[in-house]
Design a protein around this ligand. Structure first.
Ligand code: 5GP
Ligand code: ZN
Length: 108
């Protein structure tokens, strides 16, 4: 079982930001900004390459709710998903990073 599936199963503790029946948002263990939250589907999906458009649409709404809960929907945030080896993905379970709470340097 992958590490994020263990978090969903509560085998590994997490600091939950928001949860519903399909998705979980929790604080990253190694924050790269003042606010660094990970958003995952509870169902194991390897990466963005494998998510259906239907589930992605639901995930989009959930991510927008997380931004509101974090109170960064107006001030702004960065949304990142790393995909596969060249994308720098370390945990093979689809996740989006929300980075926020400060002005972030340009990446692209
Ligand atoms: P990736 O490089 O796959 O896009 O990002 C994986 C992220 O998961 C990293 O930012 C890392 O800090 C985070 N992470 C890895 N293991 C754990 C864990 O056990 N708990 C939490 N909260 N975050 C984790
Ligand atoms: Zn998993």
């Amino acid at each position: 079982m992958c590490i994020f599936c263990k978090i969903v199963d509560k085998e590994i503790p997490n600091k939950t930001v928001l949860e519903d029946e399909k998705f979980l948002a929790f604080e990253d263990i190694n924050p790269q900004a003042k606010i660094h939250v990970l958003i995952i589907p509870k169902q194991h999906i390897d990466s963005f390459e494998h998510v259906s458009p239907e589930l992605m649409a639901e995930m989009t709404s959930f991510i927008q709710k997380v931004a509101k809960v974090l109170d960064v929907d107006s001030s702004g945030y960065r949304l990142i998903t790393n995909i596969g080896e060249n994308g720098g993905q370390e945990v093979p379970h689809l996740h989006f990073h929300i980075l926020a709470g400060e002005k972030l340097g340009a990446l692209v």
